[in-house]
Design a protein around this ligand. Structure first.
Ligand SMILES: [Zn+2]
Ligand SMILES: [Zn+2]
Length: 406
């Protein structure tokens, strides 16, 4: 098998190509399942490398490397979708699409996966089993992973282990550091809520003839905070945030309704905490709405479970990443104490099906001016780490298969 040094050198030689892929994607961000240009770029690149990429689900792409020698199958995943936000990064290759931005770094992931695909194709004879490459849409809306799962992601060949990386920006970490978690829950579940408060609109001069949904919604917003501060077990993690609050169109009209959208995150695999939040959120919204003569509809959607990392696979990953990167591989539990983070990731659906490890790659050191985190309109990522990411994906696949011969 190729040595870690040789693999890193080969990956470094791809650097110009990696940057070109990443920056092309960055200029043309696409969101959700609607990724025609992104998917075309991925399929073209894979085909040129000698792969036979296949569609999976609404907008996913799969490609197989190896399969010449008997062995297990490992899944490597990169997501491809951007966010519906306006970019303010100031990069010369910033988004050319108004209102869309690769603000989570999925353009980096796609480029890293293409780099891994290239490296693996060049060393295909050394793959002791099969490496399945997954290019996933719609991560940000927590639907892409599930859609690909429902469309045979883990079959033909059957997947035995699964790996993902996510880039990180805005942390005081040396650029290029791979963070490997311990086992257990490493990321929170997430789901959306939508509260609609119905009143009765009318002229702003005559509130007495109306039922003001904005006042009721404002009281609901404040009242919901009591769930966190007074009702949830402080030892249990449960957080929700209303990130969008909309009502009315103009200053002198009381609208008919007001809307609030938000997210709920927990780290309870049994779901009891989110059930408690569902119940109390519904009761409080409807109760407060009634107190102000309104009604409220409360809906929950787009659920994504907690990320569960497989302990033996995480131990393997720490060993392999240390072989590849030396001190550039870091045990994440040193930073977190093994506590899960509040972020969420829809690859969690896969983690409930097969042993999974989800790692991070530091791609923007806050001390070097990369101060903004993912999802911020000003976030920037240091794409000098792309070659390491490509090598890390490829090495995880090659090394795990050689370590776990069937
Ligand atoms: Zn994101
Ligand atoms: Zn992301």
């Amino acid at each position: 098998m190729i040595t870690p040094e040789e693999l890193l050198t080969a990956a470094k030689e791809l650097e110009t190509q990696l940057r070109t892929w990443r920056r092309t994607l960055h200029r043309h961000p696409e969101v959700g399942f609607d990724l025609p240009e992104t998917k075309a770029l991925v399929k073209k690149a894979l085909t040129e490398m000698g792969y036979a990429p296949q569609d999976c689900g609404k907008c996913g792409v799969l490609a197989l490397a190896g399969g010449k020698h008997p062995g297990k199958t490992i899944l490597l995943r990169g997501d491809m979708d951007a966010l519906p936000i306006q970019e303010e990064s100031g990069e010369e290759f910033a988004s050319e699409v108004p209102g869309k931005m690769h603000g989570c770094g999925h353009d980096m992931h796609t480029a890293m996966m293409l780099g891994a695909a290239k490296l693996l194709k060049e060393h295909e004879d050394e793959i002791e089993g099969t490496i399945k490459l997954e290019f996933q849409p719609a991560e940000e809306i927590f639907q892409g992973s599930l859609d690909m799962l429902k469309n045979g992601l883990l079959e033909n060949p059957k997947v035995d282990a699964a790996v993902m990386f996510h880039v990180l920006a805005g942390m005081p970490l040396p650029v290029g550091t791979v963070l490997v978690p311990g086992g257990g829950i490493t990321m929170a579940s997430c789901e959306q809520y939508h509260i609609t408060v119905h009143g009765k609109g009318g002229h702003g001069s005559m509130p007495n003839a109306c039922i003001d949904p904005i006042t009721a919604a404002a009281h609901i917003h404040i009242a919901l905070q009591e769930i966190n501060s007074r009702e949830l077990d402080p030892a249990k993690f449960g957080v929700f945030t209303t990130g969008r609050f909309e009502a009315g169109k103009t200053s002198n009209v009381i609208p008919d309704s007001a809307d609030m959208w938000g997210t709920i995150r927990t780290v309870d695999p049994e779901g009891a905490v989110s059930e408690q939040i569902h119940q109390r959120m519904t009761e409080i919204a409807q109760g407060v709405a009634a107190a102000y003569r309104c009604t409220a509809d409360v809906e929950f959607s787009d659920h994504c479970p907690c990320m569960v990392v497989d302990t033996p696979l995480a131990k393997n990953a720490l060993t392999y990443m240390t072989e590849l990167l030396g001190r550039g591989a870091m045990d994440m539990t040193v930073l977190t104490g093994g506590k899960p983070g509040g972020g969420s990731e829809d690859f969690a659906f896969v983690s409930h099906e097969v042993p999974t490890v989800s790692m991070f790659l530091s791609a923007g050191n806050a001390k070097e001016g990369y101060v903004y985190g993912q999802h911020h309109p000003k976030v920037r990522f240091d794409d000098s780490v792309l070659y390491e990411g490509a090598a890390a994906y490829a090495y995880m696949g090659l090394r795990w298969l050689s370590d776990h011969k069937a």
